[in-house]
Design a protein around this ligand. Structure first.
Ligand SMILES: *Cc1c(COP(=O)(O)O)cnc(C)c1O
Length: 490
């Protein structure tokens, strides 16, 4: 081979096939049928560029290297048409991957806001598929053949489950609060206890929403103590609304006092003012029957005297992202007429998913099994433990000797700012660095590696260990998880 005597790099570069040649190769022709010419051409160019760069950098340290050296041989193989076509296929598959991807949530947080909160039951999934692929009576009254209201599809069901007179649904609970305040309190005062001026993760702050809604916040009481007379003294001619906000993500303990709704509601009534309650998570059932922490239900809140209650669809309720507003019919009517309602309304996907989820609540005896969120929250630790023990040897093999693995009890959290202090006994895998030294960096590298897997594994690092809580890994996904551990090893 003459090029060996000259510059071996030039010889190798000359072997890199031309773009046109690659485009007509049989393997690339197959890719054309799937991805189309524009994308394939771009991927071929990119693969060839990468190849040239690799050949150049491989040649750099020893330009006198003989053609028979291992590098030269593998470089020659890299110029093989079939090999390049394989690279092109990989590149195209990578580029075609959606940015929204399925992950394993092993964080131990069931309603993880950054990982999409509630997972929906099959009934909801198939309803969404139907609604997406076929026309539906979204705003069409089948009885009269005239235009309908999308809230009509679902408001009777919501009222049945909450005891409210009327209901409407918007994009999320932040929107529900914004719309409520905009409708009832624009240019007026809203009285809120200082102990309830919460910030919910992701920049939802009651004072900010209040000003965006054009309402004036009238704070009463102190951070730790608010009395009924504080509310009473603040009521004046400009008052439009008394509001209570559920302290979703923190607790005030010690020397505290807050005014319960059943005291506040009669005061509001005496002054002819409505009371709105932002319940945050707002569950529809008493969770203590399954050993979960107590949360006020929407029904109890209505019974205690709330005129309006707002809550999320994708927190404890276990449905799609949505904000539900329930309460007195005349107030809901006003809210629905506000122009912002049109801007904040939900799409058909949301309504399609929400209705079957709400229907599950009509058969509470099956709820634990059928409502995914509740099933995950109530999973017995023994189940997670059994899987932890099955997965341990597989993952240990994949991680090698640098890491030691154990199956250990741990605590999961509900998440989504619900019940922050309550923890659920769980079980999972704990990965520690074998040396103990420099383990922080090694664990971070491992954590990153797990995030980079085809189906990213999201755990959490705490106390010099990577913790993989198995609560949210149900039987249907176990095989996929184990198969991926083998990929990790390869
Ligand atoms: C979560 C929460 C919100 C925001 O609800 P989204 O559905 O996320 O918009 C508002 N208020 C309270 C009290 C919350 O807990």
């Amino acid at each position: 081979m003459s090029e060996v005597q000259g510059n071996p790099l030039n010889g190798l570069l000359a072997r890199v096939p031309a773009v046109e040649r690659m485009m007509s190769s049989p393997a690339v022709q197959l890719l054309l049928a799937e991805y189309g010419r524009t994308q394939v051409l771009s991927a071929v160019r990119a693969a060839l560029d990468t190849l040239r760069c690799e050949l150049q950098s491989a040649a750099l340290p020893g330009e006198t290297r003989a053609a028979s050296s291992p590098t030269a041989v593998s470089s020659a193989a890299a110029c093989d048409e079939a090999h390049i076509a394989g690279q092109v296929a990989i590149l195209l598959a990578q580029r075609a991957q959606n940015h929204l991807r399925t992950v394993f949530n092993l964080t131990g947080t069931v309603l993880h806001t950054n990982l999409g909160r509630a997972l929906l039951p099959d009934e909801a999934v198939s309803a969404v598929v139907e609604a997406l692929t076929r026309p539906a009576n979204l705003e069409f009254d089948l009885a009269t053949g005239s235009r309908g209201d999308r809230d009509d599809l679902i408001d009777d069901l919501i009222c049945e489950l909450t005891g409210a007179e009327a209901a409407t649904v918007v994009n999320n609970n932040a929107a529900a609060v914004l719309l409520t305040l905009s409708t009832l309190a624009a240019k007026k005062d809203v009285i809120v206890s200082r102990g309830e001026l919460v910030e919910i993760g992701g920049a939802f702050r009651i004072p900010d929403i209040m000003s965006r809604a054009g309402a004036r916040l009238r704070e009463v009481g102190t951070t730790n103590r608010t009395h009924l007379k504080d509310y009473e003294e603040a009521i004046g001619p400009r008052t439009a609304l008394l509001m209570k906000v559920h302290c979703s993500n923190y607790v005030i303990s010690g020397f505290t006092k807050s005014v319960e709704l059943d005291q506040l509601a009669p005061l509001a009534q005496r002054h002819g003012l409505p009371v709105a309650v932002d319940l945050g998570s707002g569950t529809l059932v008493d969770l203590t029957q399954w050993g979960l922490p107590r949360e006020p239900t929407v029904r109890e809140t209505i019974v205690a005297g709330a005129d309006l209650v707002t809550f999320s669809g994708d927190k404890l309720l276990g449905g799609p992202q949505a904000g539900l507003i329930v309460g007195r019919a005349e107030l809901i009517r006003k809210i629905k007429k506000h122009p912002l309602k049109r801007a904040l309304r939900v799409g058909k996907l949301t309504l399609a998913a929400l209705e079957p989820v709400l229907r599950l609540y009509q058969a509470p005896e099956f709820l634990r099994e059928r409502l995914t969120t509740l099933r995950l929250l109530t999973r017995p630790a023994a189940e997670m433990r059994a899987f932890a023990e099955r997965a341990l040897p597989v993952l240990q093999r994949a991680l090698g000797e640098s890491f030691t693995l154990s199956a250990e009890p741990m605590f999961s959290q509900i998440g989504s700012d619900a019940l922050p202090v309550e923890q659920l006994p769980s079980y999972g895998l704990v990965v520690r660095h074998a040396s103990g030294k420099r383990s922080g960096r090694a664990l971070m590298t491992l954590e990153k590696g797990l995030r980079g897997l085809p189906r990213p594994v999201i755990g959490r690092i705490a106390d010099d260990a990577l913790r993989l809580d198995l609560r949210c890994l149900e039987a249907a996904d176990e095989a996929a998880f184990l198969a991926q551990c083998e990929v990790l090893q390869a």
